[in-house]
Design a protein around this ligand. Structure first.
Ligand SMILES: O=C(O)C(=O)C[C@]1(C(=O)O)C=C[C@@H](O)C=C1
Length: 361
């Protein structure tokens, strides 16, 4: 039987092989970078990354390997991040501050080697990538309990930036404070969505009667709670740790399956994968007429295009009238014939927001 030393010798030998192979892979990636520089091709190809992870997961299953999809994804997303940085250093703007859930989402996709830019509003993220100061922007778009992030939808409706990827991340929130006793807590900071996600906890602990102060992000809440012993924050465990606020209660969210969907914004169009989603905005000309939306959706139905989300947003039209537009997610890629047919038919009413490989939920 192998001793610990034997195992370590074996691991060292395997690591040497891995390093050689990784360097060999990066040589090929360098060439890919040159080709893309010549042709102006997009560096980040989420659909290709997804296909690689899927192929390797299948291979691992067939060979009864120990690595499952999550493990393969964890390893390869870091490899892709290194590759992309080799092709072109990446800068990622996200809704900060440091330690926010969006920061975690950004890091999970872009890895440790990328340069991150923390911004204090969703609007600043849009502006920063529009101005070319960062290649990618990461913002939340919806939460399983609390619904859509209206600000993101409204900004998408005005921006030329496209959704190039989506990712779902389980959200666990903590209650952190420097107060020595619960009675000493006079105010609670969080993002508005943060309060919404733990209503049961707040009422069970009698925290509904003290002041709730919404701030730009849960990480900002942790920063404020770090400065004031009569305050608490509803924030991520990571933010509490980062800003030195002791965690009193863990996982206080009402729904244990609490998940947030994040989108990655940039300025290019993805190629097709075999499992895509597309997001559009629809301003129906006759929205006030009964049936306008039904007729629009019937065209999707006829082409067997399945919707995964429809959300209406109020808007004020040019004449000051109150109208609606709709945000719609459906399965498929904008370049598919059946989808092109429907979108072309409604070209004057539809804004395409992006087609991207469907995220794992
Ligand atoms: O295939 C590409 O287009 C690459 O740039 C290579 C690579 C990879 O490391 O495999 C890196 C970045 C892309 O997002 C996808 C894949």
């Amino acid at each position: 039987m192998k001793t610990l030393d034997d195992c370590r010798v074996a691991i060292d030998a395997i690591d040497t092989e891995l390093l050689e192979l990784l360097n060999k892979r990066m040589k090929v990636v360098e060439r890919v970078g040159e080709i893309k520089a010549d042709t102006g091709g997009a560096i980040y190809r989420p659909e290709r990354e997804k296909a690689i992870i899927e192929r390797l997961t299948k291979l691992s299953q067939e060979e009864n390997g120990i690595l499952n999809r999550a493990a393969i994804e964890a390893i390869f997303l870091e490899i892709f991040a290194v590759s992309r940085n080799l092709e072109l250093p990446e800068r990622i703007a996200y809704l900060g501050p440091e330690g926010s859930f969006t920061h975690q989402a950004a890091e999970s996709r872009f890895g440790a080697m990328s340069e991150y830019l923390s911004l204090n509003s969703i609007e600043s993220v849009f502006k920063t990538i529009e101005a070319g100061r960062a290649k990618f922007g990461v913002v939340p778009i919806e939460n399983s309990r609390d619904g859509i992030v209206g600000e993101t939808l409204d900004l998408l409706s005005k921006s030329s930036m496209k959704i190039v990827s989506e990712l779902y991340m389980p959200i666990h929130v903590a209650f952190a404070t420097k107060a020595h006793k619960l009675e000493d807590i006079k105010k609670i900071y969080s993002k508005d969505k943060g309060f919404g996600q733990c209503r049961d906890f707040l009422s069970e602990h009698g925290f509904n009667d003290i002041e709730h102060i919404p701030v730009e992000s849960t990480a900002k809440a942790a920063i404020l709670a770090a400065e004031d012993e009569s305050a608490a924050a509803i924030c991520s465990h990571i933010a509490a740790k980062l800003y030195g606020v002791p965690v009193l209660f863990e996982n206080i969210e009402d729904e244990s399956e609490n998940t947030t969907r994040f989108i990655i914004l940039s300025d290019f169009k993805n190629g097709m994968s075999d499992d895509d989603k597309t997001s559009i905005l629809v301003r129906l000309k006759d929205a006030v007429e009964a049936g306008a939306l039904v007729h629009f959706l019937q065209d999707f139905d006829e082409e067997k295009i399945n919707l995964s989300k429809i959300e209406s947003r109020p808007s004020i039209d040019k004449d000051g009238g109150f109208g609606y537009w709709f945000y719609i997610d459906f399965y498929g890629h904008i370049d598919e014939e059946r989808i092109k047919k429907v979108i072309d038919k409604h070209a004057s009413e539809v804004t395409w927001l992006g087609s991207y490989a469907k995220g794992e939920n």
